[in-house]
Design a protein around this ligand. Sequence first.
Ligand code: GLY
Length: 373
Amino acid sequence: MIHLSSDVGDLFEQTFAYAQKQVRKLIEKHPGFYPMYTQNGRWKHEGQTWTHWCDGFFPGMMWMFYKRTDRESPEGKYWLDHAMRYTKSLEPRKADPEVHDLGFLFFSTYYRWHRLMPDPSLRDVMIEAGKTLSQRFQEKGQYLRSFVAHNSIFIDIMMNVGIVFYAARETGDRRLRDIAMRHSLTTRRVLVRGDGSTAHEGIFDTDTGEFLRQTTHQGYRGDSCWSRGLAWALYGFTTAYEYGRDPRFLETAQSCADFYITHSPADGIPPWDFNAPSENRTLLDTSAGAICAAGLLRLCRLVPDSLKGHLYWSTAVRILRSLCEKHVIKNDPKWEGILRGGVYHVHKGLGVDESVAWGEYFFCEALERVLWP
Ligand code: GLY
């Protein structure tokens, strides 16, 4: 990989420092609060959650900050203390049967903690969470069902299936690995299209296992490409390849990346849906850009073609530069988030053109990855 020019490196470092400032302010203002999306720039409000999937992102950023701070300094102790406190409260979620999001919750928290301070009890939390998620597997149809219904698969689950792969690897349980492999292959078959675009949701006949149709909740429509879903697929199939080593996963991650690159505007920040109608096509989703940048920085190391690897790395840098230059507004003291222009759920009117917890998290992850490869 080529190196960042010093002006871009400085911009990224300043933004990473700004992120720490914003996270610290929120800890002080609302101790113990886990943000999801802002309303007019404020994290704490009475807006709906739809589903309960975001609590790992805030402590996940604290772990990143701890890793990049002198561990013995007061600041290092501050991040460690808060990261541990906000992470420990999530442990009961390892047995949560209501959501398909246990990868989001535990890769951001217990996984990072265990990487920094290896401890079998932390690993056991991850294993337990992977086993819980595996219980969503539907033999008829061969998929992990989404939180909405037994007949539903979501593209987002590709970001979570990694925890089943993890549990399989750590325990040597072949059944868990088989579930993770089969879910990933089914997602590839039913939600990723020939051109590398993705559908948000797929519906099965639960009696026969027959795949019936593509549909959506958060995208424009069933045959469109919701940009965050595409970003989840890009990142998720990269993770599936890292664990499963099946070349089909690498090929799928690349085809999603190539769709993203060829369909995004020059600055790399996509509309909320690549097929959004002209009247709301100007609405962006910066969180999709952040996730994509983070995923490309993992994918670029795995592809055998070094030119392609370089394209992925430089696209990630371009996205991050656009996010820092256009979507991080540092001189508005009322805006509590870091990155503006994210979207949670357009149709429900939740977090539209706001800061969103996963956007902040993957933005920081991508900045960290590119600054300290
Ligand atoms: N439910 C995951 C997302 O909003 O992307």
